[in-house]
Design a protein around this ligand. Structure first.
Ligand code: G4P
Length: 531
């Protein structure tokens, strides 16, 4: 046992995923409120304050009042040290949103009770499934009229293919919202509409066994319905099984209202008990254990020009094992160098703090003089191993890029390549030609604006983007076995290659993907690339 074992074991690092407007920001604020990290909810980065957040590193963000970047929030609660990986809450999210999930040990999924599973949740959920991390569900906005509870759970099971296990059960919704029933304690916690932004009021707990008291508190119809639902639930619902939760096969579900602050602390407590300490990670020499191994980390995000005056680049890394000390030397495996990390810092929503130490589970940002790439490994100089790469996620929007002044070819290529290296965009070429035709793929359309803006401002190159109709991209998994030239797809299919020369196919719709698979027996296509 190391003298910092306890520090690592009390860390919980998770991401919050949701569709925009489900209440991610509000829930995060309430978490911070319990942790005492902020005094008044509403001060984190609500839409109104987004313009002033530190992450407004680009004019685009300011102009649109949205946050393109993500940050990390660290706070203490009940003896735990919690790292929340915040992902941009806007529809126009980017590949970074996905990558952030690679740095988390679990995910909290926020669902709007009147909407059920929505598009963006579905996309982010896929990444969680790929990583097999535990997922905890908070069904929010019960203070508004909600869908039927059984239907909501059904929706999650059908849409996302994960079993659900309600930790508590809502009693009514909207004006009739009375509170939640805690299944383990077999009692009802009645709803108090606390003042927005304050800590949870003193909730009244009444055991269901004390039926008369309960009837007096929440009324006959609510009690009758609840007793019926408890019967159904106990008979039919999935058994709680921590192993299945940890394996990402079962999601515990809590209900509440982030805005009126009901059910948030109950959820946080359950969540912290059930979620994991920092997880071991796969490297080329085997699993690296957080506590027993020396310092190691991997880069999951690179952000350029956070401070325009300094033209700086920050590499965000997730510490996977051991203790980090700002004075220590580390090996940058891919760069083949032993070095000290420059200006290690913790990047919070609205400030940066220089760090002297950090532990497995923590996220640090370091100044990057242009040497780091996404997926790079850092470890103790005594060792030399590499963590599994971060997959390339499928872009969903494509455009052909043309430079307006063809004399600036060199800057153009350099700019596009550097921005691609940071992982903000992906670039592709026509299958049989060189770099003269560049196709750019992005996960969120906002990245097109980011590319145009950055090329103009940082590389002095003007471009024109011509949107392409493709929406689906597939890597050819068995490229050694397939003769790409001879592939017969649909008429709309386009063959391209990525910067590493991997062949890919672009399609306008999902039907074409299926058709192409049908026409080319033995062809294996993938939505992610691990090369
Ligand atoms: P997001 O980060 O997932 O995009 O969602 P966010 O927390 O910003 O919440 C989206 C909207 O939903 C906000 O209202 C917020 O106040 C509201 N909301 C969040 N949780 C609850 C809840 O439990 N009950 C109810 N009734 N509303 C909730 P807005 O009007 O868009 O913004 P604002 O003016 O309140 O900031």
């Amino acid at each position: 046992m190391n003298d910092y074992t306890e520090e690592i074991n009390r860390r919980r690092t998770f991401a919050i995923i949701s569709h925009p407007d489900a209440g991610k920001t509000t829930l995060t604020e309430k978490f911070l409120l319990y942790g005492g990290a902020i005094n008044l909810a509403g001060s984190v980065k609500g839409k109104a304050t987004a313009r002033h957040a530190v992450s407004d590193w680009m004019e685009i963000e300011k102009e649109r009042g949205i946050s393109v970047t993500s940050s990390v929030l660290q706070f203490e609660y009940g003896g735990y040290c919690i790292n929340i990986l915040d992902t941009p809450g806007h529809q126009d999210f980017s590949e970074d949103t996905y990558r952030t999930l690679m740095a988390a040990d679990s995910a909290v999924m926020v669902i709007d009770a009147s909407k059920g599973v929505e598009a963006q949740t579905r996309k982010l959920f896929k990444v969680c499934v790929m990583r097999k991390i535990p997922i905890f569900t908070f069904i929010n906005k019960l203070d508004r009229d909600a869908n039927d509870t059984f239907d909501l759970l059904d929706d999650i099971e059908k849409e996302l293919g994960i079993a659900t296990c309600p930790v508590n059960w809502p009693i009514g919704s909207g004006k009739e919202f009375k509170g939640v029933y805690d299944r383990e304690k077999r009692c009802v916690i009645s709803y108090a509409d606390t003042e927005k932004g304050t800590k949870e009021g003193t909730a009244t707990e009444i055991p269901v066994a004390e039926e008369d008291r309960l009837r007096a508190q929440i009324g006959d119809p609510a009690v009758d319905k609840l007793l019926e639902e408890i019967d159904l639930l106990d008979g039919a619902g999935a058994e709680f099984d921590l192993e299945a939760v940890r394996a990402g096969n079962l999601t515990p579900v809590c209900f509440g209202s982030a805005l009126t602050n009901f059910g948030v602390e109950i959820f946080l407590k359950h969540f912290l008990q059930m979620t994991t300490t920092p997880l071991a990670r796969k490297a080329d020499i085997g699993l690296i254990e957080p506590v027993t191994n020396d310092f190691s980390a991997f880069v999951f995000k690179i952000q350029a020009n956070m401070n325009k005056a300094h033209r700086d680049r920050i590499a965000f890394m997730r510490i996977c094992s051991g203790r980090f000390d700002a004075q220590m030397e580390v090996r940058h495996v891919q760069g083949g160098k032993v070095m000290r990390l420059s200006q290690p810092q913790q990047i919070m929503a609205d400030d940066r703090k220089i760090l002297t130490e950090a532990y497995a589970g923590d996220i640090i940002g370091v100044f990057d003089p242009g040497i780091f790439s996404i997926g790079d490994t850092l470890c103790s100089p005594k060792e030399k191993f590499q963590y599994e790469g971060i997959p390339t996620f499928a872009p969903e929007h494509f455009a052909r890029v043309r430079q307006i002044d063809t004399m600036k070819r060199k800057q153009f290529v350099k700019g596009v390549e550097q921005i691609a290296q940071e992982g903000a965009i992906q670039i592709f070429q026509e299958f049989n030609t060189g770099l003269e035709e560049i196709i750019v793929g992005v996960v969120g359309v906002l990245q097109f604006d980011v590319l145009k803006y950055r090329l103009e401002n940082e590389y002095n190159v003007e471009i024109r983007l011509e949107p392409l109709p493709y929406e689906h991209i597939r890597w050819i998994e068995n490229k050694e076995e397939v003769d790409i030239e001879k592939l017969t797809g649909t008429s709309d299919m386009k063959k391209v290659k990525d910067m590493k020369g991997n062949p890919l196919l672009l399609f306008v719709n999902a039907w074409s993907v299926g058709m192409t698979l049908d026409r080319n027996k033995g062809l294996v296509l993938a939505e992610f690339s691990r090369n």
